[in-house]
Design a protein around this ligand. Structure first.
Ligand code: CUA
Length: 365
Protein backbone atom coordinates (compact mmCIF):
# COMPACT_ATOMS: atom_id res chain seq x y z
CA UNK A 1 0.00 0.00 0.00
CA UNK A 2 2.71 2.62 0.84
CA UNK A 3 4.43 1.70 -2.44
CA UNK A 4 1.31 2.45 -4.44
CA UNK A 5 0.92 5.77 -2.65
CA UNK A 6 4.54 6.60 -3.40
CA UNK A 7 4.08 5.75 -7.08
CA UNK A 8 1.22 8.25 -7.28
CA UNK A 9 3.01 10.97 -5.38
CA UNK A 10 6.25 10.79 -7.36
CA UNK A 11 5.02 12.41 -10.60
CA UNK A 12 3.52 15.25 -8.57
CA UNK A 13 6.81 15.69 -6.74
CA UNK A 14 8.60 15.93 -10.09
CA UNK A 15 6.08 18.35 -11.58
CA UNK A 16 6.05 20.73 -8.63
CA UNK A 17 9.49 22.29 -9.30
CA UNK A 18 8.54 22.72 -12.98
CA UNK A 19 5.36 24.55 -12.06
CA UNK A 20 7.32 26.68 -9.62
CA UNK A 21 9.19 27.98 -12.71
CA UNK A 22 5.94 29.41 -14.11
CA UNK A 23 5.65 33.16 -13.82
CA UNK A 24 3.03 35.56 -15.09
CA UNK A 25 5.47 38.43 -15.58
CA UNK A 26 8.54 36.58 -16.87
CA UNK A 27 10.70 38.12 -19.58
CA UNK A 28 8.97 36.04 -22.25
CA UNK A 29 5.56 35.65 -20.65
CA UNK A 30 2.56 36.06 -22.94
CA UNK A 31 0.70 37.03 -19.77
CA UNK A 32 2.28 40.50 -19.68
CA UNK A 33 1.79 41.90 -23.20
CA UNK A 34 3.36 45.25 -24.15
CA UNK A 35 2.20 45.80 -27.74
CA UNK A 36 -0.98 45.53 -29.79
CA UNK A 37 -0.64 42.02 -31.25
CA UNK A 38 0.47 40.43 -28.00
CA UNK A 39 -2.41 42.18 -26.22
CA UNK A 40 -4.89 40.87 -28.79
CA UNK A 41 -3.54 37.33 -28.34
CA UNK A 42 -3.58 37.68 -24.56
CA UNK A 43 -7.20 38.90 -24.68
CA UNK A 44 -8.23 35.86 -26.73
CA UNK A 45 -6.40 33.54 -24.38
CA UNK A 46 -8.05 35.03 -21.30
CA UNK A 47 -11.50 34.99 -22.90
CA UNK A 48 -11.11 31.27 -23.74
CA UNK A 49 -9.79 30.64 -20.24
CA UNK A 50 -12.76 32.37 -18.56
CA UNK A 51 -15.11 30.49 -20.86
CA UNK A 52 -13.55 27.19 -19.85
CA UNK A 53 -14.27 27.77 -16.14
CA UNK A 54 -18.10 27.27 -16.34
CA UNK A 55 -17.49 24.38 -18.74
CA UNK A 56 -15.18 22.74 -16.22
CA UNK A 57 -17.52 23.41 -13.31
CA UNK A 58 -20.49 22.08 -15.33
CA UNK A 59 -18.75 18.91 -16.51
CA UNK A 60 -17.24 18.04 -13.14
CA UNK A 61 -20.48 19.02 -11.34
CA UNK A 62 -22.55 16.63 -13.45
CA UNK A 63 -19.88 13.97 -13.20
CA UNK A 64 -19.71 14.00 -9.40
CA UNK A 65 -23.47 14.33 -9.06
CA UNK A 66 -24.00 11.27 -11.23
CA UNK A 67 -21.19 9.33 -9.57
CA UNK A 68 -22.77 9.94 -6.19
CA UNK A 69 -26.47 9.69 -7.01
CA UNK A 70 -26.27 6.62 -9.21
CA UNK A 71 -23.53 4.77 -7.42
CA UNK A 72 -24.02 1.04 -7.18
CA UNK A 73 -26.01 0.18 -4.06
CA UNK A 74 -26.92 -3.46 -4.47
CA UNK A 75 -25.10 -6.17 -6.39
CA UNK A 76 -28.09 -7.28 -8.46
CA UNK A 77 -29.35 -3.84 -9.42
CA UNK A 78 -29.27 -2.72 -13.07
CA UNK A 79 -29.43 1.10 -13.36
CA UNK A 80 -31.98 2.81 -15.61
CA UNK A 81 -30.63 3.08 -19.15
CA UNK A 82 -30.91 6.58 -20.63
CA UNK A 83 -29.44 5.76 -24.04
CA UNK A 84 -31.27 7.69 -26.76
CA UNK A 85 -32.67 10.31 -24.38
CA UNK A 86 -33.63 13.12 -26.84
CA UNK A 87 -33.33 15.91 -24.28
CA UNK A 88 -29.77 14.89 -23.32
CA UNK A 89 -28.75 14.57 -26.97
CA UNK A 90 -30.12 18.01 -27.86
CA UNK A 91 -28.42 19.66 -24.89
CA UNK A 92 -25.11 17.94 -25.64
CA UNK A 93 -25.28 19.19 -29.23
CA UNK A 94 -26.44 22.74 -28.66
CA UNK A 95 -24.19 23.67 -25.74
CA UNK A 96 -20.89 22.82 -27.54
CA UNK A 97 -22.08 24.69 -30.64
CA UNK A 98 -22.71 27.78 -28.52
CA UNK A 99 -19.26 27.43 -26.92
CA UNK A 100 -17.56 27.03 -30.31
CA UNK A 101 -19.33 30.14 -31.61
CA UNK A 102 -18.28 32.10 -28.53
CA UNK A 103 -14.64 31.16 -29.21
CA UNK A 104 -14.80 31.43 -33.01
CA UNK A 105 -16.29 34.92 -33.33
CA UNK A 106 -13.57 36.77 -31.36
CA UNK A 107 -10.87 34.58 -32.94
CA UNK A 108 -11.95 35.40 -36.48
CA UNK A 109 -12.31 39.07 -35.55
CA UNK A 110 -8.73 39.05 -34.20
CA UNK A 111 -7.45 37.33 -37.32
CA UNK A 112 -8.97 40.04 -39.52
CA UNK A 113 -7.70 42.78 -37.25
CA UNK A 114 -4.11 41.54 -37.21
CA UNK A 115 -3.79 40.15 -40.73
CA UNK A 116 -4.85 43.35 -42.45
CA UNK A 117 -2.16 44.46 -44.86
CA UNK A 118 -1.14 47.94 -43.80
CA UNK A 119 0.58 50.30 -46.19
CA UNK A 120 3.61 51.83 -44.55
CA UNK A 121 3.49 55.57 -44.05
CA UNK A 122 6.51 57.74 -43.29
CA UNK A 123 5.40 57.63 -39.65
CA UNK A 124 5.84 53.86 -39.41
CA UNK A 125 9.10 52.04 -38.80
CA UNK A 126 9.73 49.43 -41.48
CA UNK A 127 12.22 46.67 -40.74
CA UNK A 128 13.24 43.83 -43.04
CA UNK A 129 13.90 40.80 -40.88
CA UNK A 130 15.93 37.95 -42.37
CA UNK A 131 16.47 34.70 -40.52
CA UNK A 132 19.71 32.79 -40.96
CA UNK A 133 21.07 29.71 -39.24
CA UNK A 134 21.26 30.87 -36.42
CA UNK A 135 20.92 34.63 -36.09
CA UNK A 136 18.71 37.54 -37.17
CA UNK A 137 19.43 40.33 -39.61
CA UNK A 138 17.52 43.59 -39.14
CA UNK A 139 17.57 46.03 -42.08
CA UNK A 140 16.01 49.49 -41.79
CA UNK A 141 15.49 50.59 -45.42
CA UNK A 142 14.21 54.02 -44.29
CA UNK A 143 17.45 54.75 -42.47
CA UNK A 144 20.04 52.67 -44.32
CA UNK A 145 20.85 50.79 -41.11
CA UNK A 146 21.78 47.10 -40.98
CA UNK A 147 22.32 45.32 -37.71
CA UNK A 148 21.99 41.88 -36.16
CA UNK A 149 20.12 40.25 -33.28
CA UNK A 150 19.11 43.53 -31.68
CA UNK A 151 16.17 45.50 -33.01
CA UNK A 152 15.62 49.08 -31.90
CA UNK A 153 12.15 50.60 -32.18
CA UNK A 154 10.50 53.74 -30.77
CA UNK A 155 7.66 53.50 -28.25
CA UNK A 156 4.18 54.47 -29.42
CA UNK A 157 4.83 53.80 -33.10
CA UNK A 158 3.63 51.22 -35.58
CA UNK A 159 6.32 48.75 -36.57
CA UNK A 160 6.02 46.85 -39.83
CA UNK A 161 8.21 43.80 -40.19
CA UNK A 162 8.83 42.18 -43.53
CA UNK A 163 9.99 38.66 -42.80
CA UNK A 164 12.12 36.49 -45.04
CA UNK A 165 14.67 33.71 -44.69
CA UNK A 166 18.15 33.29 -46.11
CA UNK A 167 18.13 29.51 -45.72
CA UNK A 168 15.55 27.34 -43.94
CA UNK A 169 12.22 28.15 -42.28
CA UNK A 170 12.47 30.13 -39.03
CA UNK A 171 9.77 31.81 -36.94
CA UNK A 172 9.80 35.25 -35.36
CA UNK A 173 8.48 35.27 -31.83
CA UNK A 174 8.73 38.07 -29.28
CA UNK A 175 6.13 36.79 -26.79
CA UNK A 176 5.44 40.13 -25.08
CA UNK A 177 5.19 42.08 -28.35
CA UNK A 178 4.15 39.94 -31.30
CA UNK A 179 4.44 36.65 -33.10
CA UNK A 180 4.70 33.97 -34.19
CA UNK A 181 5.15 34.42 -37.93
CA UNK A 182 7.25 32.13 -40.10
CA UNK A 183 10.22 33.34 -42.13
CA UNK A 184 10.12 31.42 -45.39
CA UNK A 185 12.70 31.62 -48.20
CA UNK A 186 11.44 33.58 -51.23
CA UNK A 187 8.23 34.60 -49.52
CA UNK A 188 7.57 37.96 -47.92
CA UNK A 189 5.56 37.52 -44.76
CA UNK A 190 4.37 40.53 -42.85
CA UNK A 191 3.84 41.32 -39.22
CA UNK A 192 2.89 44.68 -37.79
CA UNK A 193 2.18 45.88 -34.30
CA UNK A 194 1.79 49.12 -32.38
CA UNK A 195 4.13 49.56 -29.47
CA UNK A 196 2.72 51.05 -26.28
CA UNK A 197 3.55 54.76 -25.81
CA UNK A 198 4.91 54.02 -22.34
CA UNK A 199 6.15 50.54 -23.19
CA UNK A 200 9.87 51.21 -23.19
CA UNK A 201 12.22 48.42 -22.18
CA UNK A 202 14.18 45.50 -23.48
CA UNK A 203 12.18 42.57 -24.73
CA UNK A 204 13.52 39.17 -25.65
CA UNK A 205 12.46 36.85 -28.42
CA UNK A 206 13.61 33.75 -30.19
CA UNK A 207 13.18 31.51 -33.18
CA UNK A 208 10.11 29.33 -32.73
CA UNK A 209 10.57 26.94 -35.64
CA UNK A 210 12.97 24.03 -35.37
CA UNK A 211 15.74 25.05 -37.79
CA UNK A 212 18.35 22.41 -36.84
CA UNK A 213 21.72 22.93 -35.17
CA UNK A 214 21.71 25.90 -32.85
CA UNK A 215 17.95 26.61 -33.13
CA UNK A 216 17.59 26.93 -29.37
CA UNK A 217 20.29 29.63 -29.40
CA UNK A 218 18.67 31.73 -32.14
CA UNK A 219 17.56 34.55 -29.91
CA UNK A 220 17.16 38.29 -30.30
CA UNK A 221 16.36 41.42 -28.32
CA UNK A 222 14.04 44.29 -29.06
CA UNK A 223 14.94 47.60 -27.48
CA UNK A 224 11.88 49.86 -27.25
CA UNK A 225 12.97 53.38 -26.38
CA UNK A 226 11.62 56.92 -26.42
CA UNK A 227 11.48 58.51 -29.87
CA UNK A 228 14.47 60.80 -29.26
CA UNK A 229 16.60 57.93 -27.97
CA UNK A 230 15.68 55.91 -31.05
CA UNK A 231 16.57 58.88 -33.27
CA UNK A 232 19.94 59.11 -31.51
CA UNK A 233 20.59 55.43 -32.12
CA UNK A 234 19.76 55.80 -35.82
CA UNK A 235 21.96 58.89 -36.14
CA UNK A 236 24.85 57.14 -34.41
CA UNK A 237 24.42 54.19 -36.69
CA UNK A 238 24.24 56.15 -39.90
CA UNK A 239 27.70 57.60 -39.39
CA UNK A 240 29.87 54.72 -38.25
CA UNK A 241 33.01 56.42 -36.98
CA UNK A 242 35.91 54.76 -38.77
CA UNK A 243 38.53 53.51 -36.34
CA UNK A 244 41.73 53.68 -38.36
CA UNK A 245 44.01 54.59 -35.53
CA UNK A 246 43.41 53.79 -31.92
CA UNK A 247 45.30 55.12 -28.93
CA UNK A 248 44.56 51.97 -26.95
CA UNK A 249 47.18 49.41 -28.10
CA UNK A 250 44.75 46.51 -27.50
CA UNK A 251 42.13 48.08 -29.79
CA UNK A 252 44.79 48.84 -32.43
CA UNK A 253 45.95 45.23 -32.28
CA UNK A 254 42.36 43.99 -32.53
CA UNK A 255 41.75 46.14 -35.60
CA UNK A 256 44.72 44.53 -37.30
CA UNK A 257 43.66 41.03 -36.25
CA UNK A 258 40.14 41.23 -37.75
CA UNK A 259 41.90 41.46 -41.12
CA UNK A 260 44.78 39.03 -40.54
CA UNK A 261 42.56 36.41 -38.87
CA UNK A 262 40.04 36.70 -41.70
CA UNK A 263 37.05 38.09 -39.74
CA UNK A 264 36.26 40.56 -42.52
CA UNK A 265 36.04 37.69 -45.00
CA UNK A 266 32.64 36.93 -43.47
CA UNK A 267 31.61 40.04 -41.51
CA UNK A 268 31.08 43.55 -42.79
CA UNK A 269 32.47 46.17 -40.40
CA UNK A 270 31.41 49.64 -41.52
CA UNK A 271 33.86 51.17 -39.05
CA UNK A 272 36.84 49.43 -40.61
CA UNK A 273 37.37 51.46 -43.72
CA UNK A 274 35.39 54.32 -45.18
CA UNK A 275 33.00 53.21 -47.90
CA UNK A 276 34.38 49.69 -48.25
CA UNK A 277 32.03 46.75 -47.84
CA UNK A 278 33.42 43.52 -46.46
CA UNK A 279 31.99 40.10 -45.70
CA UNK A 280 28.99 38.23 -47.00
CA UNK A 281 25.29 38.81 -46.46
CA UNK A 282 24.69 35.53 -44.63
CA UNK A 283 26.95 36.50 -41.73
CA UNK A 284 26.18 39.17 -39.12
CA UNK A 285 27.15 42.76 -39.87
CA UNK A 286 29.40 44.02 -37.08
CA UNK A 287 29.16 47.74 -37.86
CA UNK A 288 28.91 49.70 -34.59
CA UNK A 289 29.13 46.46 -32.64
CA UNK A 290 29.85 48.44 -29.47
CA UNK A 291 26.23 49.67 -29.44
CA UNK A 292 24.90 46.15 -28.95
CA UNK A 293 23.95 44.53 -25.67
CA UNK A 294 24.68 40.93 -26.58
CA UNK A 295 26.87 38.60 -28.61
CA UNK A 296 26.22 35.22 -30.27
CA UNK A 297 22.55 35.90 -31.19
CA UNK A 298 21.64 37.28 -27.75
CA UNK A 299 23.13 34.41 -25.78
CA UNK A 300 25.71 36.38 -23.81
CA UNK A 301 25.79 39.94 -22.54
CA UNK A 302 28.36 41.88 -24.56
CA UNK A 303 30.97 42.28 -21.84
CA UNK A 304 34.65 42.26 -22.91
CA UNK A 305 35.08 38.84 -21.24
CA UNK A 306 32.04 37.33 -22.95
CA UNK A 307 32.88 38.70 -26.39
CA UNK A 308 36.43 37.36 -26.05
CA UNK A 309 35.09 33.97 -24.91
CA UNK A 310 32.81 33.87 -27.92
CA UNK A 311 35.58 34.76 -30.40
CA UNK A 312 38.03 32.38 -28.73
CA UNK A 313 35.79 29.34 -29.19
CA UNK A 314 32.30 29.91 -30.62
CA UNK A 315 31.48 26.21 -30.58
CA UNK A 316 31.92 26.05 -26.85
CA UNK A 317 29.38 28.84 -26.32
CA UNK A 318 26.97 27.90 -29.08
CA UNK A 319 27.34 24.31 -30.30
CA UNK A 320 26.62 24.10 -34.02
CA UNK A 321 27.33 27.77 -34.75
CA UNK A 322 28.69 28.48 -38.24
CA UNK A 323 31.56 30.57 -36.89
CA UNK A 324 34.87 28.70 -36.89
CA UNK A 325 37.56 28.77 -34.25
CA UNK A 326 40.39 30.94 -35.56
CA UNK A 327 43.26 29.45 -33.55
CA UNK A 328 44.89 26.08 -33.05
CA UNK A 329 43.97 24.73 -29.64
CA UNK A 330 47.55 25.09 -28.39
CA UNK A 331 48.18 28.57 -29.84
CA UNK A 332 49.81 30.52 -26.96
CA UNK A 333 48.46 33.85 -28.32
CA UNK A 334 44.86 32.69 -28.48
CA UNK A 335 43.48 34.29 -25.31
CA UNK A 336 45.34 37.56 -25.80
CA UNK A 337 44.34 37.91 -29.45
CA UNK A 338 40.69 37.06 -28.77
CA UNK A 339 40.68 39.76 -26.07
CA UNK A 340 42.18 42.26 -28.55
CA UNK A 341 39.53 41.55 -31.20
CA UNK A 342 36.83 41.85 -28.53
CA UNK A 343 38.25 45.21 -27.41
CA UNK A 344 38.26 46.48 -30.99
CA UNK A 345 34.69 45.33 -31.72
CA UNK A 346 33.36 46.81 -28.47
CA UNK A 347 34.97 50.14 -29.32
CA UNK A 348 32.96 50.43 -32.55
CA UNK A 349 30.31 53.12 -32.46
CA UNK A 350 31.09 54.32 -28.93
CA UNK A 351 33.31 57.05 -27.59
CA UNK A 352 35.21 54.57 -25.48
CA UNK A 353 34.77 50.85 -25.10
CA UNK A 354 32.93 51.14 -21.80
CA UNK A 355 29.54 52.26 -23.06
CA UNK A 356 28.39 48.86 -24.29
CA UNK A 357 29.32 47.38 -20.95
CA UNK A 358 27.26 49.97 -19.08
CA UNK A 359 24.28 49.35 -21.37
CA UNK A 360 24.59 45.60 -21.00
CA UNK A 361 24.46 45.79 -17.23
CA UNK A 362 21.33 47.96 -17.21
CA UNK A 363 19.51 45.88 -19.79
CA UNK A 364 18.72 43.06 -17.41
CA UNK A 365 15.52 41.83 -19.00
CU1 CUA B 1 15.68 29.57 -36.62
CU2 CUA B 1 14.83 27.90 -35.20
Amino acid sequence: MPMRWLRRALPVAFLAPLLAGCSLDGVQSIMSPAASIAREQHGLFMWTWYLSIPVMVGVFGVLFYVLFKYRRRRDDEMPDQSHGNPMTEVILTIVPIIIVIMVAVPSVRSIFRTQTVVQATSDDVVIHVTGYQWWWKFDYPQYGVTTANEMHIPAGKRVILQLNSGDVVHAFWAPRLAGKVDLIPNQDNRLWFDTDPDGTGIFTGQCAELCLGAHAYMRFRIVVSEQDEFDDWVAEFQQPAVVTTATDPLIAQGRQLVASKGCIGCHNIGNYSEGVKFGQPQYPDLTNFGLRHTVGAAILDATPENVATWIRDPQEVKPGARMPTLWQANDPNRDQEAAAIAAYLLSLGVEDGTQALAQASTGGN
